[in-house]
Design a protein around this ligand. Structure first.
Ligand code: NOJ
Length: 730
């Protein structure tokens, strides 16, 4: 028996070398885990595979009483929704001092866009196209969480989403695979840092594995039915990018994929995640998703559901209590091999070791550090800085913006103008309404004495006050509960009578600036046709009002770009830029082509779009070589000039089309971008390098690689960039 682990270890390290060992893998820890596994009882092992919510906050349907007794008996290895240094120290003490082996607990929480200092919702943050900003926001969120006793966040959510009805689009990076990959990696780096034993970092979790964003009709938890090609080409790459960045954990998704719920899906959790990708962290389920395999109709009871999950590769059961109740018996009866349980426990203990919890289980429970790190001025300042980068100027007719802070009468109205709670957006961790700056406060803080700011909460009344105003600022949109989990909408226009009121305000003849707070793309043609300016603010977080006022008054020149297409109407959904051409592409003069009788095919605002207070001119891009071999790097350069009279930033975007393939290819795909700051009048040369991987795809036989032939390369300021270069791949 003694030889088996040693041989196993040698074999393991040999295969690991081939698969790139994550930075947190440590051979000494592995030996300690071997010793621990030797002395753990089966019940203690199952305890490590069990995660329950505390009584602190609950994000799902089941509340489990008595979880503290489970800690004391060693039957519970991880807790979520418990936070603050003190509270968690007390729970940790039960595990460390009262159980036989003293294995520390792992504390998780949904820290999605901030713990207490709240940053823009991830979709908004993605609109910055600024990877450093996303990394910084995650780093600060991680630090605050770690100071509040937490070890593990259920973020980043890396689900590609193309249906704005789905409320959870607010939580991810939008519709694009390339942008999604970059954002996933940046956020993992931000949360985890370079060394997990640094007590300012926490474990990240790539979720929801996989294809949760493809829920039919955008209805949360709904069926997903996509091909293996679409799965691999569109939905999996951000997960792989998170893994390559060293993500410690994965969370399964609620949906089925090809008839098999993700939580019992061996193809996803073992064939792909472990065998193909070599993942060495652990897999947690989503909330009670093992139990949900019964209503899914693939398991008759929880015992069968648990078997499906553990055999598929689930390591930890979130809140379902199925492993807790059934797994030990199933190992004893021979239904589940002990080796599978040992593998799961090893993966979980690996992360507890990596965090340094075995050296000091209380290293995250320092109340002084908590007091010093949470909601600091520096964190608020970072939130404001990142929030203003997330704002997207959608329309600005006759330079209605920026506003003059020195004089004039500004009428502020709309349901979201003075709502602190709504500024946080969904999934706001421990964020508190009372910490938030509303738009009204932001405008009042920014306007000088010469300007007169009037606030009329009710929009109908505001119509009557409009004639006394020089400009009207309307804070419109959705309340924070209208997006996020279990918050799908079948109508994606402005809720209630907001659009009518905006029309009435515009009919007064006064310029109307609409500031939108919302968690998803909305269908806004009615607003677009009457408003002078539209600023998409998403949910900007704690410093919302200051960040928006920075842009409204021109202290910051907006540079956000849409990470999701804004449709004209719901009937166009799903509408995304990297669509296929079809065999009958739209031809306005030919009825029998792919279009609608009653709506254009075009979006209202395309992916990658956003305006600035200055203008940018793109020179003619050029290719270092118009013909390349398979393994050559393709180099594209373009000169970009700030041709206006204000400093500003723009996002230079590169799109590629493979013209003829063994399978149909999208009309264009983002393959590079760079956010650059240019002083007024400045010109910069931007260079992109495309590798073989950037031109690769799943060919007809499902092998991954390139095919020789012609490519079109588009460079510009959004996904409508024209005048492509031609590249030939030999
Ligand atoms: C369910 C959500 O789908 C998931 O994203 C979240 O992390 C868990 N609940 C825990 O709150």
């Amino acid at each position: 028996m003694k030889y088996i682990p040693i041989f196993g270890l040698l074999f393991a390290s040999w295969t690991l070398a081939a698969q790139q060992v994550p930075y947190w893998y440590n051979a000494t820890h592995e030996r300690r885990i071997d010793s621990l596994l030797d002395i753990m009882t089966l019940e203690e092992k199952v305890g490590q595979m069990t995660l329950f919510t505390s009584d602190w906050a609950v994000t799902g349907p089941t509340i489990r009483e008595g979880y503290q007794d489970d800690i004391r008996t060693g039957r519970l290895g991880a807790i979520f929704n418990a936070h603050t240094a003190d509270y968690n120290r007390n729970l940790q003490r039960m595990a460390v001092e009262e159980t036989r082996l003293g294995i520390p607990l792992l504390f998780g929480y949904d820290v999605i866009h901030g713990y207490r200092t709240i940053f823009p919702i991830p979709l908004g943050e993605t609109a910055s196209w600024n990877l450093e900003a996303a990394e910084e926001a995650a780093r600060i969120a991680g630090r605050e969480s770690a100071a509040a006793g937490l070890h593990w966040t259920y973020a980043p959510m890396v689900d590609i989403a193309r249906d704005p009805r789905w409320g959870r689009v607010m939580e991810g990076s939008g519709e694009d695979v390339y942008l999604g990959k970059k954002m996933a990696a940046a956020r993992v780096r931000g949360f985890q840092g370079e060394d997990l034993s640094d007590p300012l970092t926490i474990l990240a979790c790539a979720k929801h594995f996989a294809a949760y964003g493809a829920a039919q009709a955008g209805r949360d938890y709904n069926t997903v039915d996509i091909s293996e090609r679409v799965l691999r080409e569109t939905y999996l790459p951000p997960f792989k990018a998170a893994l390559d960045a060293g993500v410690a954990t994965f969370m399964t998704s609620f949906n089925e994929v090809d008839g098999v719920p993700a939580t019992g899906n061996h193809h996803l959790l073992t064939d792909i995640l472990r065998d193909e990708w070599g993942f060495m962290g652990f897999v947690v389920t989503d909330y009670t998703s093992i139990n949900e395999m019964i209503p899914h109709g693939v398991a008759a009871d929880s015992a069968q559901a648990g078997l499906l999950a553990v055999k598929a590769g689930v390591d930890m059961d979130m809140q379902g209590a199925v492993f807790y109740e059934k797994l030990a018996g199933q190992v004893r009866s021979g239904e589940v091999p002990m080796a599978r349980v040992d593998d799961a426990v090893r993966r979980i203990l690996r992360m507890k070791y990596a965090l340094g919890l075995f050296d000091d289980p209380y290293r995250y429970s320092d109340t002084e550090r908590e007091a010093q790190n949470i909601l600091t001025e520096a964190n608020r300042e970072a939130s404001r800085r990142i929030a203003r980068q997330s704002l997207v100027l959608l329309k600005n007719e006759n330079d209605a913006l920026p506003l003059n802070a020195e004089r004039g009468r500004i009428l502020v109205t709309g349901p979201l103008a003075d709502s602190q709670a709504d500024m946080l957006g969904a999934w706001h961790g421990d964020g508190r309404a009372e910490d938030c700056i509303t738009l009204l406060t932001g405008i009042r803080d920014a306007a000088s004495d010469g300007a007169e700011v009037t606030y009329v909460a009710d929009m109908a009344e505001a119509v009557r006050s409009a004639r006394r105003a020089d400009i009207i600022v309307v804070a419109a949109g959705e309340t924070w509960e209208m997006s996020g989990e279990a918050a799908s909408r079948a109508d994606i226009t402005l809720p209630g009578d907001q659009e009518d009121r905006i029309r009435q305000l515009a009919a007064t003849g006064k310029p109307v600036v609409v500031v939108l707070f919302n968690g998803r793309p909305l269908a806004l043609p009615g607003v677009d046709s009457v408003a002078s300016a539209i600023l998409e603010a998403w949910f900007p977080g704690t410093e919302a009002g200051h960040a928006v006022a920075d842009v409204l008054f021109g202290d910051y020149n907006p540079a956000g770009r849409l990470p999701m297409t804004f449709p004209r109407s719901l009937g166009q959904v799903p509408l995304y830029y990297d669509a296929k051409n079809t065999g009958r592409p739209r031809d306005e003069n030919n009825k029998y082509t792919s279009k609608y009788l009653d709506e254009s095919n075009d979006p209202l605002y395309p992916f990658g779009y956003g305006l600035s207070y200055t203008t940018f001119e793109y020179g003619t891009p050029s290719l270092a070589s118009a013909t390349v071999n398979r393994n050559d790097t393709v180099t594209v350069t373009v000169d970009v000039t700030n041709s206006g009279d204000r400093d500003g930033a723009t996002v230079v975007q590169l799109y590629v089309q493979d013209v003829v393939g063994s399978v149909t290819r999208p009309l264009r795909e983002l393959k590079g971008f760079e956010r650059i700051e240019l002083a007024a009048g400045e010109t910069r040369t931007v260079t992109f390098h495309l590798t073989n991987d950037d031109l690769s795809f799943y060919r007809q036989d499902m092998t991954y690689g390139t095919e020789p032939g012609e490519y079109r390369l588009y460079v510009g300021g959004d996904s409508r960039a024209a005048n492509p270069l031609t590249l030939t791949l030999e």
